[in-house]
Design a protein around this ligand. Sequence first.
Ligand code: CA
Length: 240
Amino acid sequence: MARDYHILVLEDEPATRALLASLLEAEGYRVTPAELGAQALELITQYSFDLILLDLNLPDEDGLFIARELRAKSDVGIIILTSRKEDVDRVVGLEMGADDYVTKPFFPRELIARVKNLLRRLTPARGGRRGEAGREIRHFEGWAMDLAKRSLTNAQGHDVNLTRAEFDLLTALVNSAGRVLSRDQLLDAIGSQFWTPVDRTIDVLVSRLRRKMEADPKSPTIIITSHGYGYKFAPTVSLE
Ligand code: CA
């Protein structure tokens, strides 16, 4: 299975780039290395990558700009590489549509685990078996959420664009409507077993969902905060 995946490694430091390539190749992945953002943007027009490891600190383009460009053009998996002192990058990276991040210096095992985890999450969203029989739609207050197509439509019938992490988080909340889920449970749901307890990822994603879904994000009625614990999806959900 692994050998079917094609990974773009965008990293300007030669030693790190070589290390990443050899780690991934050892797992059976096909790897295309790139040194500059401009090369990466060119390569994605030529190949269909499954995942991109994206160093944020590049000599030519801002890695966050690249992330946004990539996300606008495809549903490729994006893992950003960032150094420890750039905490804010992780949050902004997720806002730009990255799926996960790895902090440099990284542990090879953690890097590979995150790559595998993301590829596993990507696979069901692709692969052809998405016939009508597989459709799973959740309805709430006029909204429709199609789990197979990974689409969300508001009460006015307009599509609302969600990043992969936002969609996964909303799915977990909707599937447990009426029950409070802890931040840990929600982190599990978005496939991030390595985040630290103080991580603000869930709070960032929830505030993004609120901005996209709530009439007044400051007094939410859809995703309710359970202080010090987690979040609850308040509306009644019906299935189709
Ligand atoms: Ca760099």
